[in-house]
Design a binder for this molecule. Structure first.
Ligand code: MN
Length: 370
């Protein structure tokens, strides 16, 4: 039996608030035992993870004097994310292995103990989990707030802050608004009324100028040369566009180019790879609402645990072993992914891809420039 749409909406109105209250009650109850708290985001943190961590830090400190340190592994590469950290003065630090010993309590943000995309030891107890990714195994934590339909983990923290009665600083409101926007594709993937309402409640508290500057940061020459490589090497076939970027300056470029290629007319899915250190980083994007993109990516990986995501966004990485210069191993890994993807999508694997951005004749291009 399914609820009528009206009833369903009524019920959904309060989900984020319910989670926010749960978090507030937990902090109140545990205030004397969880300080200091290590706040761990997923590797290569995105705006949603960064904003949620910031919100939690502020909430815990202001309400109960709980001290914390926000840490991450990997790098913050995407230009927008770097602009966010700079402009909003985000107190985020590189994870050090010694953090595990120094902190008895840890909160995992936008990730879970079972996931491979965070530096926290799998077998160690976690105090708190706040996440939007569906779990494979219910996480072992004192409190796990997992809401796969909340659009962005920032929605949960926004609700907790709004309900706490605290004044919300502009930089934190701005971070949360950007976290929501970037994880929901500007609210396109916000499928619940309470997500939109949370965003609307946070928005008037934002620094609009900072928000616009974060969304439109100046991009480096490196970005454009990588984009150029991504376009030149792109191959398309039946709504699937693929590009292997080769070595990249930072892994976030892979997801940036995947997003960019998906916008090409007629495309429904984009797959992009990039080599960084000894790992192949992979991003899969879709604009088909029915796609379970993370599930598709997991199906084409050797180790399912190395891929994840939510809705129509998926990413992951795996080690490509062998010597540094061993081109064939990298090539094989990239090739295998494409073949598996086509099979998974039930598309012929022997069909001809075309290179959509290599049509224009050079003479013509230079004449146009005149
Ligand atoms: Mn998120």
């Amino acid at each position: 039996m399914s609820l009528s749409p009206k009833l369903k909406n009524k019920k959904q109105e309060h989900i984020a608030a319910h989670h926010g209250r749960k978090l507030l009650r937990f902090l109140e109850k545990k205030k004397d035992s969880i300080s200091p708290l290590l706040i761990v985001t997923h590797d290569y943190p995105d705006p949603d993870a960064i904003a949620t961590a910031m919100g939690l830090q502020y909430l815990a400190e202001r309400l109960h004097g709980i001290k914390s340190r926000i840490v991450y592994k990997g790098i913050i590469g995407r230009v927008e994310n770097r602009a966010m950290v700079d402009l909003l003065k985000v107190p985020i630090h590189k994870f050090r292995p010694s953090d595990i010993k120094s902190y008895e309590n840890a909160a995992l943000i936008d990730t879970q103990p079972e996931f491979e995309n965070n530096p926290y030891p799998r077998n160690k107890k976690v105090t708190l989990v706040i996440d939007q990714h569906p779990y494979v195994k219910r996480p072992l934590a004192e409190l796990a707030i997992i809401d796969p339909d909340c659009g962005a983990t920032s929605v949960i923290l926004s609700q907790a802050l709004l309900l706490s009665g605290l004044e919300i600083p502009r930089r934190i409101a701005t971070a949360l608004a950007y976290g929501i926007l970037s994880d929901t594709l500007n609210l396109y993937r916000a499928h619940r009324a309470d997500i939109i309402q949370t965003y609307l409640d946070i928005l008037p508290l934002c620094d609009m100028r900072a928000l616009i500057r974060i969304q439109n940061p100046p991009k480096s020459k490196k970005f454009f040369s990588t984009l150029n490589r991504g376009l030149q090497g792109a191959r398309a076939f039946r709504g699937v566009i693929v590009s292997h970027l080769g070595e990249v300056e930072h892994p976030d470029l892979v997801s940036e180019i995947a997003d960019f290629l998906l916008a090409y007319k007629g495309m429904e899915r984009s797959l992009c790879t990039g080599r960084y250190k000894d790992k192949l980083h992979v991003s899969l994007r879709s604009n088909r609402l029915t796609d379970e993109t993370p599930e598709i990516l997991r199906d084409i990986f050797d180790d399912r645990k190395e891929a994840g995501g939510h809705d129509m966004v998926a990413g992951g990485s795996f080690h490509v072993r062998g010597k540094d210069k061993d081109e064939t191993r990298w090539h094989d890994a990239e090739f295998t992914l494409v073949v598996r993807l086509l099979k998974r999508l039930r598309l012929p694997t022997k069909a001809d891809f075309y290179k959509p951005f290599q049509h224009e004749k050079p003479e013509l291009a230079s004449k146009k420039e005149l």
